[in-house]
Design a binder for this molecule. Sequence first.
Ligand SMILES: [Zn+2]
Length: 426
Amino acid sequence: MDPYLPEHGDPNYHVEHYDLELDYRVAAGRLSGRAKITAVAKTALTRFALDLGTFKVNRVSIDGKPTRFTHRGHKLTVQARLAAGRQFTVEVRYVGNPTPINTKHWGELGWDHLEDGVLVASQPTGAPSWFPCNDHPSDKATYRISVTTASPYRVIANGDLIDGRVGASTTTWVYLQLEPMATYLASIQIGRYEFIERADDRVPLRAAFPMRLLDGYAHDFGRQSEMMVAFERMFGPYPFNAYTVVVTDDDLDIPIEAQGMSIFGANHIDGRRGYERLVAHEMAHQWFGNSVSIADWRQIWLNEGFAAYSEWLWSQASGGQSADALAKVTWARLAKLPQDLVLADPGVERLFDDLLYKRGALAVHALRLRLGDAAFFAMLRDWTLQNRHGSVTIEDFTRHAQRHSPKPLGDLFTAWLYQAALPELR
Ligand SMILES: [Zn+2]
């Protein structure tokens, strides 16, 4: 059970693979889905729960045999007698007009309509707005996502496009995501997008955007190749096959991270690289959050502290202000604010609080100052390599960092992660 979001996920089984066949009518906003989920029972079960939003569920079967189920609120409870360790396949057929999941702290999450298309932005609990799932960040699985929709639209999903079938009026797009992925990072984007791929780099960089943003994209995202090189040098090898940026025709409040993908709004292109900080932040999440994932939502510092710190690392690597200068300015600004946030346990309502990002980045910088650059970056590369595609806690990180330091780090972590007062930056 997640300490912050216990109503999502079921700890009694583990999903290995999601096979999603979706048919979406853009004009009608209608989704018909068939989800085939391969899972393993962790204990003996008589029933288990999937998270699924307000769809009509037509049929649920286990290993091909129809079974009884109830669908109340966002819980689809399935009757199934399963021995511990037993692998099974649950198939769910569902239909409806997908709507975002309403949340107390973050408004609407998940499947959302654009002016002309679809956006999925699920962090942290929006995934059930479009497919039945075991909605917890630690339950990572592989995915095959097939989407059929009207031919003028392009569909982008996580992983590699492995098949496309163009019919008279509809096109089917099939994506395969073979690295394990948390449910909140699963995403599909539908729009009238141009698509380009830059394959001459070590990591192919792909992009989808409306034609009108071609020049703006080329300029504002033009340093992503250099960014990828700099981040691989600092964080270790990029953990996925490719990296895709989607820029929607609509404006978005904030960019969105997904596995192997980031989504920006048209407003994040200003022709002056005014949002390059966010370009770096989202790319860094591929290491911190998407490959190395949090074991539960309380561990959010491991995502946001490191992604926010990466903004400063990129600033310095690209000839801008140094990470140290940015840390000092940020420290001085935070010192004037009330100190009421504990990074290791920020509370559910402050998961995405700006203070968590800024203080989170400062904590990473404080560790860097203590370790020195050589040991700090070796520690970071080791962290992303050892926990590649895994799930981690803050305690895993502090133990890991300690192994890279001859001197005890306990006082540093206590002050920065477990106490609210803002420590001095030395
Ligand atoms: Zn972030």
